[in-house]
Design a protein around this ligand. Structure first.
Ligand code: WTA
Length: 659
């Protein structure tokens, strides 16, 4: 961490925005940006009202803008009504967009399927009619466990069309995770597929749903709808299970969208925190969609002629805002990809950009770092071996992008022509918050630069006072914004405590440490809580610890992150077994068993990279585990800190050895 910050802080190159973008971008030049910021500052209500009126189609116009009567449970446009799906699809009908390709879907095996906006609208309406005929109504909750596919977008949009609240579970999560979420949201519907293809292999999905439901407590689930993707064998539960192709059979392509209140929950998405189980982040309809759309226009400078490709899975927030909702509301053509970046080889992304003439590309630093290594080792898969000249903007999301990766991305993918748009945001913020704008912001590699107009970001100390430039502190947002988290599903107290702690003057606490340089640029320094960022995925150390101690062999476990060149952070677990300390080969065998166990409990992304065994963990006399020391051991560095407060200092040597 320290070395990372140092490398970031010595970075002082500045890349001005390209002249052609300054000339014709949706927000053009620093004056254009400043004018929007001033407008928002002068009269936030008027600013947010103007954007919502100009960019969304309302079934019933709103008269209120921000409702602050029950802080921090803010509402936006509370008395207005609209429908998200109508704002993504119906609004394009009868316009030149209707025959435009909405989705270019490329399957794992390379097969390409395209749908126009008109066709997508019809498919969403048919699937929504199917749900309606099964008796589903606004306010019910649906779990979606689908691979990247046109069907995943259709399922989410169909829910939105009827006001059904969806909760997408990433296809890499285990049956246990599906179970937890199904119970927590009280889902009455599950939408899944028989299997998904990744890297040439079929991976079962419906089996995991069956297992999850069999764990009990999911009695509210009336139907499980399965999309036949792979043709693999599945168990069938008559009366509960239905095939996607059967339920849409004969359904009309006319399904009037259900107008819902602006703050009606659009979706619940689970994300990790520092304590307890993953929390269900609840998002609104109008505010969420507005900011997803505005950021498409501002951050990505989206125009109808663009071919946009966000590589995120719909199981993450990035896939909600920048696959299912934002791009469709913006009317662009987008690429949806089922597979993985390294199959059939590490040139897959570049080949797809070339073939589909992608103009805006949005991916994660982890992908860039791993592809850098593979590309530099094999010219055949190097971006320079492909024609990437259609690209005009390249984006990054999910974790800090180190200057080396930034510069490689800029030179080799962006051809030193495309700005690297490093977007800082979170599941809770709904859409981008701090980011460069392509026709505005001079770029500094490693900095997410400046807040968007209307976003009042600041770095404060523990009393909420702004710190001096150059000093580190907590990243907060001082004013509400439309796409902010509305609550944690079923746990409003936890929502208040986590995000609006009393000491911080009612500001939204992001959970990241950051600092601003002399130009006011923001530099994110990573989480201030026990949350790890592995390959851009958030993971609570507590979650992995609970999974480990749930195994009969494990007495105690502590999990920390270790900096990693490719994945950003890697999970390292320190484990005390219920028996004797394992030695040599035996330690390796037990470690493998525990890693597989964690994969089964949470999902493969949570698998510890390394497990170390000890007879105990380093603890203070009051019994608190000293994670700070474990982080040093995990890095393989010698302990130079004072360990005199430790109950059992000798344990550090043991933990450094047994793995
Ligand atoms: C981190 C993903 C630095 C940060 C959209 C945040 C970043 C967490 C960036 C949210 C960035 C995301 N630079 N750090 N550009 N983007 N992060 O909820 O720690 O999966 O709090 O949302 O990722 O992760 P989440």
């Amino acid at each position: 961490m320290t070395t990372e910050i140092e490398s970031i802080l010595v970075e002082n190159r500045v890349f001005p925005p390209p002249a052609d973008l300054v000339a014709q971008a949706n927000v053009s030049g620093m004056e254009g940006y400043q004018a929007l910021c001033d407008e928002a500052k002068r009269d936030p209500d008027a600013f947010w009202a103007r954007l919502a009126n100009e960019n969304l189609v309302w079934s019933k116009p709103f008269t209120q803008v921000i409702d602050e009567s029950d802080k921090p449970f803010y509402k936006f446009y509370a008395d207005g009504q609209m429908n998200v799906s109508a704002n993504c699809l119906d609004k394009h009908l009868g316009t030149p967009a209707e025959n435009r390709t909405a989705i270019i879907f490329e399957a794992d095996d390379g097969k390409v399927t395209k749908v126009t906006y008109k066709e997508l609208h019809a498919r969403v309406a048919q699937f929504a009619n199917a749900l309606k005929s099964l008796g589903y109504q606004a306010g019910e909750r649906a779990i979606i466990y689908l691979p990247m596919s046109i069907e995943a977008v259709v399922a989410m949009q169909a829910c939105a069309r009827l006001g059904i609240i969806h909760s997408v579970v990433f296809g890499g999560f285990s049956s246990k995770s599906i179970h937890e979420r199904t119970v927590d949201v009280g889902a009455s519907l599950v939408i899944t597929a028989d299997a998904q293809f990744r890297g040439g292999k079929a991976i079962a999905l419906k089996d995991a749903v069956d297992e999850a439901i069999a764990m009990g407590g999911c009695e509210a689930v009336r139907k499980v709808i399965t999309y036949k993707r792979a043709g693999t064998e599945v168990q069938w539960n008559d009366g509960r299970d239905l095939w996607w192709h059967d339920v849409v059979q004969g359904q009309s392509a006319d399904c009037p969208p259900v107008a819902v209140d602006a703050d009606h929950p659009l979706f619940i998405l689970y994300t990790s925190g520092s304590t307890g189980k993953p929390k269900g982040v609840q998002h609104s309809s109008a505010g969420f969609l507005l900011w997803s759309l505005m950021t498409m226009k501002w951050t990505f400078d989206a125009k109808p002629t663009d071919v946009f490709w966000c590589t995120a899975d719909v199981g993450w927030v990035t896939g909600h805002s920048y696959v299912t909702y934002g791009p469709l509301a913006a009317g662009v053509t987008q690429v949806v990809f089922e597979g993985v970046p390294t199959y059939p080889d590490a040139g897959r992304f570049w080949k797809m950009i070339q073939e589909h003439k992608v103009t805006i590309f949005y991916t994660a630093p982890t992908a860039i770092r791993s592809l850098t290594k593979l590309s530099e080792a094999d010219p055949k898969v190097h971006p320079k071996s492909f024609d990437l000249s259609t690209l005009r903007i390249i984006g990054s999301v999910g974790e800090p992008i180190n200057p080396e990766a930034w510069v490689w991305y800029y030179n080799n993918v962006g051809g030193q022509r495309c700005p690297v748009i490093d977007t800082w945001w979170q599941t809770e913020t709904g859409a981008h918050m701090i980011t460069p704008l392509p026709g505005v912001t001079p770029l500094k590699p490693g900095s997410c630069t400046l807040p968007l107009p209307g976003i009042d970001a600041a770095i404060v100390d523990e009393t909420g006072e702004e710190v001096e430039r150059g000093k580190g502190g907590f990243l907060v947002i001082r004013r509400p914004w439309p796409s902010m988290i509305r609550t944690i599903w079923g746990d409003p107290e936890r929502f208040k405590k986590t995000y609006f702690p009393d000491e911080l003057k009612g500001y939204y606490l992001a959970g990241d440490g950051a600092q601003r340089d002399k130009d006011g640029y923001f530099w994110i320094m990573g989480r201030i809580d026990d949350v790890l960022n592995v390959s851009g995925h958030r993971l609570g150390t507590m979650e992995v610890e609970s999974a480990l101690v749930a195994h009969e062999m494990v007495a105690e476990a502590a999990v920390v992150g270790r900096p990693d060149d490719t994945t950003g952070e890697a999970v390292v677990a320190f484990v005390v077994l219920n028996g004797p300390l394992p030695q040599g080969d035996q330690a390796a065998v037990v470690a493998k068993q525990l890693r597989d166990w964690v994969a089964k409990e949470i999902g493969p992304i949570a698998k510890p990279r390394e497990i170390r065994f000890g007879e105990n963990l380093p603890k203070t006399r009051s019994g608190k585990i000293m994670r700070r020391l474990l982080r040093v051991v995990a890095k393989g560095e010698p302990i130079t800190q004072d360990v005199s407060t430790l109950e059992n200092p000798g344990i550090l040597d043991q933990l450094a050895q047994v793995r």
